[in-house]
Design a protein around this ligand. Sequence first.
Ligand SMILES: NC(=O)c1ccc[n+]([C@@H]2O[C@H](COP(=O)([O-])OP(=O)(O)OC[C@H]3O[C@@H](n4cnc5c(N)ncnc54)[C@H](O)[C@@H]3O)[C@@H](O)[C@H]2O)c1
Ligand SMILES: [Zn+2]
Ligand SMILES: [Zn+2]
Length: 372
Amino acid sequence: MQTRGAIIRQAPGKYEVVDLELDRPRQNELLVKMVASGLCHSDDHLATGDLPVGSYPFCGGHEGAGVVVEVGPHTLDWAEGDHVVFSFLAGCGRCRWCATGMQNLCDRGASVLVGSRPDDPSSYRMSLDGQAVAQNSGISTFSEHTTVHVSSAVKVDKDLPLDKLCLLGCGVGTGWGAAVNSAEVYPGHTVVVMGVGGIGMNAVQGAAHAGAAHVIAVDPVAFKRETALALGATHAVATMEEGTEIARSFTNGQGADSAIVTTGVVTGEQVAQAFAAIRKAGTCVVTGLGNAMQMGLPINLVELVLYQKRIQGSLFGASSPSSGIPWMIDLYTSGKLKLDELVTTTYSLDQVAQGFEDMHSGKNIRGVILFD
Ligand SMILES: NC(=O)c1ccc[n+]([C@@H]2O[C@H](COP(=O)([O-])OP(=O)(O)OC[C@H]3O[C@@H](n4cnc5c(N)ncnc54)[C@H](O)[C@@H]3O)[C@@H](O)[C@H]2O)c1
Ligand SMILES: [Zn+2]
Ligand SMILES: [Zn+2]
């Protein structure tokens, strides 16, 4: 069938909307009409080339929600009309990681930036003038319709607003879990969140839920700092120097219990700043991504060892999408997790490049594409 989607033809490059040919669903696949897609910084990394992909053209988007319009043959548990939130990390349910409660690390993750069918790697679900088009995370949410494997789909109640729930596909669980699961924030803790955009704002919410006494948001953009204060931060400052000083003032000079790095383009220097902000046996969580070729952290190795500090990577907030997304929905419907407040600006699909320009200028907590 025909659809329209936003692709990059190369990196560095810009998203442009083109007419695409889309496969009808095979067994264990769903054809979904998109309702909304968040603009996550990771899609910008693909356009800048920070994160190299398997092949071009590449259809973007990995944070979305929609309605099932066709179910592949012999596909259990799904029906036309079902509402779905996608997970950018598919969960096969059978690999070592899925089987031990670490679905975010599912072996299917290896194909996230490859773009073809994981169960048939030479086959692509999208094409442009006869040329294969790779799908971001196997879902490509910057498309009016998309065909996905059921292992990327989480069914949700039909009375919930998909234009907000789309954020659960990446940003919300990634930030919330970075605080709750990866930093293991505990009541009374002092937490620094470095970079309070779409991900960091949810780390702020997570740290506040977990009972942190002091949640210090650090961001150079004043609007982000103001929003962080409304969503659970107790302090908001422009630089890590100030954030570290405040954390030390509450901890007898020792430093924060944890610091969570959620800046847009992470550098080793930023991680080192967060590492310097934590106390003995504290945790520095790295959630943000930077250039994939960058190596090394300028940290003092003696400080690492003698202060017994921990540097912890975090993918989708170290949570399993199949259980984590419904968990976030429960928090949202009970009024404990803010989603509506995260959506700053909505765009049409044709405005996708504008959405990323607004991300660069610091205008949005989250920009969201709404489909007709
Ligand atoms: N680990 C994962 O599972 C995962 C998932 C999604 C996104 N990400 C990554 O997380 C990062 C954040 O994504 P996002 O969508 O929230 O981006 P964003 O652009 O919405 O937010 C980044 C924020 O960092 C701030 N910032 C920039 N430099 C800073 C500095 N030196 N100190 C403090 N703040 C600074 C910006 O002002 C902005 O508010 C990206 O690198 C993205 O690729 C990781
Ligand atoms: Zn994302
Ligand atoms: Zn798996």
